[in-house]
Design a protein around this ligand. Structure first.
Ligand code: NIG
Ligand code: FE
Length: 389
C-alpha cells in the first residue's frame, strides 16, 4: 500500500474543532499524509514529509468524504411519471413503493447489481465515501435477502427494511406480514449480513406497535436500530426512535416541540433528507430548531426512485443552507461527522490523525462553494480508504 501526500491544501476541513479553527476545525496551507489507509500526518505544507505518491491541491479545499447514511439503492425501474404527476399537484403518499417492489422482484440479480453500481459510482464521483444501503423493495424472504446480499457487495452499512410497506399480497392481513418480517425474513436478513434494521413508521405503513415489535426483534438479534420517522405526518416515529435508543431518526419533517426536545436529549441523530422535500414539494424539516436545541443533525440523500432520486450530497448541502437555514459549516458537518454519528462510526466523517483515509478535493478554495455554487460538479478528486479513485 503506497503512502499518499496531499500538499498545498488551501482549506483543510478536519471536521474537528480540536484540530483547527471554528466548528469545522479548518487549517490553512496544510498538507496531509495517508498511509496504511489512515490519515497519518497533518501539518503545514512547508513541513510536508516525503511519500510514495503526491497530489498538489493547488490551494483547493479538502474535506472528509461525505457519509450518506440513508439510501435505497437496490431497486429496478424508475418512477419519473409519478414525479411529473407530483409536480403537477399530486401529493406524495408512498403508494408508489409497491410499483418499485414489482419491478425489483422481476429483475435479475445482475440488473439489480448494475443499478446499484451505477448509483454508487455516481455518488462516489461527488465525494461520497461511505454509503448506507437499504433493502425494502423485495418485501418477501427471497427478495429481501438477495437485496441485502447485493447491497453488501458495495457496503458494510446494510439495512434491512422489510417493513417498508405491507406488500399487496398481505393487504388484508398486516399482522401476518409483521410476523413474516419478525420471523423468517429477519433470519434471512441476518444471514445476508444486515447490520441495521429500519421501519417506515407512518400512517399507511407501520404504526407504533408494529414498528416497536419489529425493531425490538431486530435489536434482540444484534442489529442496530434506525427509523423512517415523521416524514409525512407528526407521528410516533421520533419518540419511538428515542425510546429504542435508535442510532437515527430519519426524515424528521413534521416534528412537535416534544419531538425536538426528545431528540436533543438523546443520542439519536436527526437525519434530514432534503432531497425528499425537494422532490415531493413538501415543507423542509426544522433544522434550525433541532440544531438550536442541541440535537445532532445528519444530512443524507435518501436516494430512491420515488421520493428523492438523487445521489448528490453537495445538492443536499445546498438545500440545507438555502432552504433550512443551516450555516454552510453546519451543513458540511452534518454531511460528514453527522452521517458518521448516524452510523455510530468514529473512524469516518473527519480528517484527523488516525481517521480512515476518505477525502475529497474541491475545484474551489472553500467549503462555502458547495452551497454557493449549487448544481456544479465541484468534486475533482476522491480518496477512498486510502486510495485515489
Ligand atoms: O425514505 N418513506 C419511505 N421510503 C422512501 C421512499 C420510497 C419510495 O417512494 O419508493 C423514503 O422517502
Ligand atoms: Fe428513505
Amino acid at each position: 500500500m503506497r503512502s499518499l501526500l496531499i500538499t498545498n491544501i488551501g482549506e483543510l476541513v478536519t471536521a474537528d474543532p480540536a484540530w483547527g479553527a471554528g466548528p469545522l476545525g479548518i487549517r490553512r496551507n496544510a498538507a496531509l499524509v495517508i498511509d496504511a489507509r489512515r490519515v497519518e500526518w497533518i501539518g503545514r505544507a512547508a513541513d510536508a514529509p516525503a511519500a510514495d505518491a503526491r497530489v498538489d491541491a493547488d490551494g483547493a479545499a479538502v474535506l472528509p468524504g461525505f457519509v450518506d447514511s440513508h439510501a435505497h439503492l437496490v431497486f429496478a425501474g424508475d418512477r419519473a411519471a409519478e414525479f411529473a404527476a407530483r409536480m403537477a399537484g399530486q401529493p406524495y403518499t408512498g403508494g408508489g413503493i409497491r410499483t418499485t417492489v414489482g419491478a425489483t422482484r422481476a429483475a435479475s440479480d445482475e440488473q439489480l447489481r448494475t443499478n446499484v453500481a451505477r448509483l454508487r459510482n455516481e455518488a462516489l464521483r461527488q465525494g461520497t465515501t461511505t454509503m448506507e444501503i437499504k433493502s425494502g423493495y423485495g418485501l418477501n424472504v427471497t427478495d429481501e435477502a438477495r437485496s441485502l446480499r447485493i447491497a453488501h457487495e458495495f457496503t458494510t452499512e446494510t439495512t434491512f427494511l422489510g417493513a417498508h410497506v405491507v406488500p399487496a399480497e398481505y393487504t388484508d392481513r398486516p399482522d401476518d406480514y409483521v410476523g413474516l418480517v419478525c420471523g423468517p425474513m429477519l433470519t434471512a436478513a441476518r444471514s445476508a449480513g444486515a447490520r441495521w434494521i429500519d421501519v417506515f413508521c407512518e400512517r399507511g405503513a407501520f404504526d407504533a406497535d408494529h414498528s416497536r415489535a419489529i425493531l425490538t426483534v431486530g435489536a434482540d438479534a444484534g442489529m442496530g436500530v434506525r427509523i423512517h420517522a415523521n416524514q409525512l405526518t407528526e407521528g410516533p416515529g421520533v419518540q419511538l426512535a428515542v425510546e429504542l435508543n435508535a442510532a437515527s431518526a430519519d426524515h424528521c419533517t413534521h416534528l412537535s416541540r416534544a419531538d425536538i426536545d426528545a431528540l436533543a436529549g438523546s443520542t439519536t441523530v436527526a437525519t434530514l433528507l432534503p432531497g425528499a422535500e425537494f422532490s415531493t414539494r413538501s415543507p423542509y424539516p426544522p433544522a434550525r430548531a433541532l440544531l438550536d436545541a442541541g440535537a445532532t443533525v445528519a444530512l443524507a440523500t435518501d436516494c430512491n426512485p420515488g421520493s428523492s432520486f438523487t445521489t448528490s450530497m453537495p445538492f443536499c448541502i445546498a438545500l440545507a443552507v438555502r432552504e433550512m437555514a443551516m450555516t454552510p459549516a453546519e451543513a458540511v458537518l452534518a454531511a460528514t461527522k453527522g452521517g458518521a454519528a448516524a452510523l455510530r462510526r468514529s473512524d469516518i466523517g473527519h480528517l484527523t490523525v488516525g481517521a480512515r483515509g476518505d477525502l475529497l478535493l474541491l475545484d474551489a478554495p472553500s467549503h462555502l462553494h458547495l452551497a454557493y455554487r449549487p448544481g456544479v460538479p465541484l468534486t475533482t478528486t476522491v480518496v477512498l480508504n486510502g486510495e485515489l479513485v
